[in-house]
Design a protein around this ligand. Structure first.
Ligand code: NZQ
Ligand code: ZN
Length: 387
């Protein structure tokens, strides 16, 4: 097992009716920015619950954080925080709102141009240099509620870039599984596939000695396979909803990644597809992931065989099982409503591979994946295979 440090200070508050606990979790005598997205919270009753819980607090509202949150929008929140002496941010939304607020938290006191946090990947580690924040999750998928990373899109350059650092964990996250009742089917499907791929990024690498991490990863995958197709049809079933939501958090709260190699190239390539074509994050992963496993087959086949045996109960030679496991993954994504080819998601995909390869080369991303063997040529192959 590789050496690791496990640090996760998030107060994770889970269950029905937990939004009512908000007053106990917020700092007293502090002006609060209530941040949200495009307005779903006004239709599903979450805004009313939050406002009731916030009675007596001094609150300024900031709405309009987009899916795939934009740097340009978030800088408006940075200005409001500076002008109005805000001391705490409450993010109410999915991964986009929580990610957006992580960026705002880091940008307010940043010494320099905040765009560098993204373009120069400057880690935010000093807890005194951030505005503290907490979250109320409304969409299970990203794990942002219990991790310290985020992804922001810069409109001006059409770049979607990740950032993070140990000072960017939420102080608390309220996670009530009943919030998924109002989610459109498409977003429920996205949540299952995003969480599933988060596990694969940290699991489908090469054989190693971290036995427990493998078993944890496999159990999350098995739970998502068990509840995913049903929760999409019956989001009001609390057993399904609670297991789905907790699986999404566990997939990316850092636990299964400790002491093991990880890949993340599917995400890096997928982010480009969102930046270029606005394809939903999870849908880009369903396009790229299986083709990355095909192109990197020799490197990943041992782990693919383990995945095939333990998660999909496949039998045969290791080589056969490894191949079938990739097909099973695609079938599962299709069952979850994904269109697994780029051409099914956009008609305008000519030159995508060239564009992505050029960008990665410019950024120096020439050796990705758990063995740093996903070269620009491999990226080209993966993207072209995904057309
Ligand atoms: O904006 P509103 O009106 O709230 O509507 C949202 C949005 O249109 C809607 N929605 C959210 N909760 C709802 C709801 N609609 C009805 N009822 C509810 N309870 O759903 C739409 C999508 O929301 P969004 O937050 O964009 O989705 P998601 O949670 O999937 O977040 C995606 C973003 O997270 C990033 C992605 O790249 C993408 O930008 N990621 C963040 C990660 C992290 N922080 O660790 C890791 C992930 O791999 C991912 O990259
Ligand atoms: Zn993801």
């Amino acid at each position: 097992m590789l050496n690791f440090e496990l640090y996760n200070p998030v107060n994770y508050v889970f269950g029905k009716g937990q939004i009512a606990k908000l007053p106990e979790l917020l700092p007293a005598n502090t002006k609060i920015l209530l941040a949200y997205g495009g307005g779903s919270i006004f239709k599903n009753g979450i805004y009313d619950q939050v406002k009731t819980a916030l009675a007596g607090f001094d609150v300024v509202e900031f709405g309009g954080i987009e899916p795939n949150p934009r740097y340009e929008t978030l800088m408006k929140a940075v200005a409001i925080i500076k002008e109005q002496n805000i001391g705490f941010i409450l993010a109410v939304g999915g991964g986009s709102v929580i990610d957006g607020i992580k960026f705002v938290s880091a940008a307010v006191k940043f010494n320099g141009d905040p765009i560098d946090i993204l373009q120069k990947r400057i880690l935010t580690k000093d807890t005194n240099a951030v505005i503290p924040f907490g979250g109320i999750l409304t969409l299970p998928a990203t794990g942002s509620e219990m991790n310290s990373g985020g992804v922001i899109t810069i409109n001006a350059t059409q770049e979607k870039l990740s950032f993070g650092g140990s000072a960017l964990f939420p102080k608390f996250s309220i996670v009530d599984p009943t919030v998924i009742h109002s989610l459109p089917k498409r977003q429920l499907q996205n949540g299952v596939v995003d969480a599933f791929t988060h596990v694969l990024e940290q699991y489908l690498t090469y054989s190693h000695d971290a036995l427990l991490q493998d078993r944890l990863a496999e159990s999350i995958l098995q739970t998502l396979i068990e509840v995913g197709p049903d929760v999409v049809e019956n989001p009001t079933d609390y057993k399904l909803a609670s297991n789905f939501v907790w699986s999404c958090t566990m997939a990316l709260n850092g636990l299964i990644q400790k002491g093991v190699p990880s890949d993340w190239a599917t995400h890096m390539i997928g982010h480009e597809l969102t930046a270029l074509y606005e394809i939903d994050h999870a849908r880009t992963l369903a396009i790229i992931g299986p083709n990355l496993y095909r192109v990197m087959f020799d490197s990943k086949k041992e782990k693919l065989a383990q995945y095939g045996k333990r998660v999909w109960n496949l039998q045969g030679t290791d080589e056969d099982i490894a191949k079938k496991a990739i097909d099973k993954t695609t079938e599962f994504f299709q069952k979850m409503g994904m269109l697994t080819r780029l051409s099914e998601n956009t008609s305008n995909y000519d030159g995508t591979a060239d564009f992505i390869v050029k960008r990665f080369e410019e950024r120096g991303w020439t050796a990705m994946g758990e063995k740093q063997n996903i070269t620009p040529e491999k990226v080209r192959e993966i993207v072209e295979l995904s057309y």
